[in-house]
Design a binder for this molecule. Structure first.
Ligand SMILES: [Zn+2]
Length: 345
């Protein structure tokens, strides 16, 4: 059962047509037609509810009520949990209702003929909002999956001095850049990772504060006498208007609803405080060249939900009370831009 469930899950999420899966079940596993129907309906229910964002434990209960043995139900929900995203019910930036055009992914069959059929990442479907031109994935990961991907991705060698020194140079450059607009005060870095930006900010006279979802990193920073919190930005227990700088480098594309983080930044910033953002920019020439080659990694990052353009990002900033002041090409983020914006209202 174990292997069948995993195999079916992967085939379903890789967009294998149902005929292909039925053929596999009949010929490779030897299931009778009636059993195949049952199998299908169970998977359908599990995936449908996962995409609606229903708690996985409740879905298992529902399958058990339908007569599926508990271990089998656990297996099916668990396997599909990895691949099933919670679908956006509307554009995550402008709230335009579907349908949104599918520009890449399994629905359009544009690409994704998986060469290694059993490995992550699962196929990603990208949508285009005709109202605001934003490009976003059809859904976002279940929180438990998001955490797992996040932990897997954050393995920077923090004790390697050569590495830290190169990060120090990149981070110092970002601090110098922000310094043109805000020369001192409390600097809150969101998703500080190895902490290099906060250390550089402290060296230049700012009072650093960090938040990160990795408890180990938060404890490390606290041991270095830097104020740090392990939480999301919109949950941080800091009073309004106490920060002069908020930085989010390579953060917004990972957040299901970026406006929540912009609202929180606005709340935390003092009057005329500044925001530093970096994101990959799909208006980059390199982006377009890599697209033409079919070799652009940003369509395949399992932990990215948004492909921003500079122009859409600027409109979003203005909508949430920020005036963009400067945009420059990032030395750190691939095809990225770094934008400094001031809180204006
Ligand atoms: Zn939109």
């Amino acid at each position: 059962m174990n292997n069948i469930s995993k195999q079916i899950t992967r085939m379903l999420h890789q967009g294998v047509p149902s005929d292909g899966i039925r053929h596999y079940l009949a010929t490779q596993i030897g299931l009778a037609e009636q059993a195949i129907d049952v199998f299908y309906s169970v998977f359908d229910v599990a995936i449908h509810f996962l995409r609606l964002g229903i708690f996985p434990g409740q879905i298992v209960e529902l399958l058990v009520k339908r007569g599926i043995p508990q271990p089998v139900a656990n297996e099916i929900v668990g396997d599909n949990l990895i691949y099933s995203r919670i679908l956006y019910g509307e554009c995550p930036l402008c709230r335009q209702k579907p349908p949104h055009a599918v520009i890449k992914g399994v629905l359009s069959q544009v690409e994704y003929v998986p060469s290694v059929p059993l490995s992550l990442p699962s196929p990603m479907t990208w949508l285009h909002c005709s109202a605001c031109q934003h490009i976003f994935t059809d859904g976002y990961h279940q929180p438990v999956v998001q955490q797992a991907i996040f932990k897997f991705n954050q393995l920077d060698p923090v004790s390697d001095i050569k590495y830290l020194e190169s990060m120090h140079i990149f981070s110092g450059d970002r601090v110098n850049h922000v310094g043109h607009y805000q020369a001192d005060g409390r600097w809150l870095d969101v998703g500080f990772g190895n902490g290099s930006l906060l250390h550089a900010a402290r060296e230049c006279g700012y009072q650093p504060v960090g938040i990160d979802l990795q408890r180990k990193r938060v404890m490390e920073l606290q041991q270095q006498d830097i104020e740090a919190y392990c939480c999301r930005l919109d949950e941080v227990p800091l009073p309004d208007g106490q920060c002069q700088v908020v930085s989010m480098t390579d953060v917004l594309e990972h957040i299901p609803y970026p406006s929540q983080y912009l609202l929180a930044s606005h709340r935390l910033l003092a009057k005329e405080g500044v925001l530093l953002l970096s994101v990959p920019n799909r208006e980059s020439r390199i982006w377009q060249l890599l697209d033409a080659q079919g070799n652009n990694p940003f369509w395949y990052q399992p932990d990215h939900y948004h492909n921003f353009s500079r122009s859409r990002l600027y409109l979003l900033l203005q909508e949430y009370g920020f005036q963009p002041l400067n945009c420059r090409i990032s030395q750190r983020t691939r095809m990225g831009i770094e934008v400094v914006a001031r809180k204006i209202s």
